[in-house]
Design a protein around this ligand. Structure first.
Ligand code: PGA
Length: 251
């Protein structure tokens, strides 16, 4: 796992946008896996500020809540409409309003396959180590399915649902689905993520920290701000490695 210690969340966002930009130069019809949440907001802002063409891009979101009224601002469909140029790109999310959720989950997997698989998956991380809505205890080989949200997740997202009964379940890509992406970049910011980041990068591979499954991916890259990096033990190594990698790149 490549840990990149960033100056701040804006630096992390800009590095992540660089990766998207480089990918689109190589492959204008790339397939992206996209996250929601607070952490990626500066990343989407950075993407909007660059003149990139998403006309041939297909994107798949990690997850969507189940049972929200259509167009609810707390839905990830609404989040994407606010933060990403959904008109210029084919944006797909799991159908959290489907009558048959199991069928919707398999249909989502099939759509990803038909698109040729995900070239670049961008992730956030929950304070409990979840990726997508794969909460602690999720099978490391799981596929897109219905998942019950954990207590910390319900708390963290409660402010998006003032005035209505908050959703307690979601359709989420599985950990197995995520690990099939050809490249993975994870963004983490803030002190509330420090333990999860430590467990993901330096802890044992465990369903208790679903993000630790990234240890099984070929080359995941993690952009962390100083607060999210504050519990890491091997910081000196990451710094040295980062400096040498940059030197190699610029040689
Ligand atoms: P956050 O969510 O960026 O809003 O903290 C991240 C996540 O739960 O994946």
């Amino acid at each position: 796992m490549e840990i990149v210690l960033c100056r701040d969340v804006l630096d992390a966002a800009s590095r992540c946008a660089d990766i998207v930009e480089e990918l689109l130069q190589e492959k204008p019809d790339a397939v992206l896996g996209l996250p929601t949440g607070t952490t990626p907001l500066p990343f989407y802002e950075e993407l909007r500020s660059r003149s990139l063409s998403f006309a041939r891009v297909r994107s798949f979101n990690l997850d969507e809540y189940i049972g929200l009224p259509e167009g609810h601002p707390g839905s990830y469909t609404a989040y994407m409409a606010r933060n990403f140029d959904v008109n210029a790109c084919s944006v797909c999310l799991p159908d959290g309003r489907a009558e048959d959720l199991e069928k919707a989950a398999s249909a989502y997997e099939a759509l990803i396959q038909e698109a040729g698989g995900i070239d670049l998956q961008i992730l956030g991380i929950g304070r409990n180590g979840h990726i997508g809505f794969n909460e602690p205890g999720s099978s490391l080989k799981s596929r897109t399915r219905v998942k019950t949200l954990s207590e910390p997740t319900l708390k963290a997202n409660a402010s998006d649902f003032e005035g209505i009964e908050p959703p307690t379940m979601a359709l989420t890509m599985g950990i197995g689905t995520i690990l099939e992406a050809r490249r993975i970049v994870l963004l983490a910011a803030g002190a509330s993520k420090a333990i999860a980041v430590r467990d993901m990068a330096e802890g044992p591979l465990s369903a208790n920290c679903p993000a630790s499954a990234l240890q099984m991916h070929e080359k995941p890259v993690v952009f962390v701000d100083p607060e999210a990096a504050s519990q890491l033990a091997n910081t000196e190594y990451y710094q040295r490695s980062q400096a040498l990698q940059e030197k190699l790149k610029n040689a």
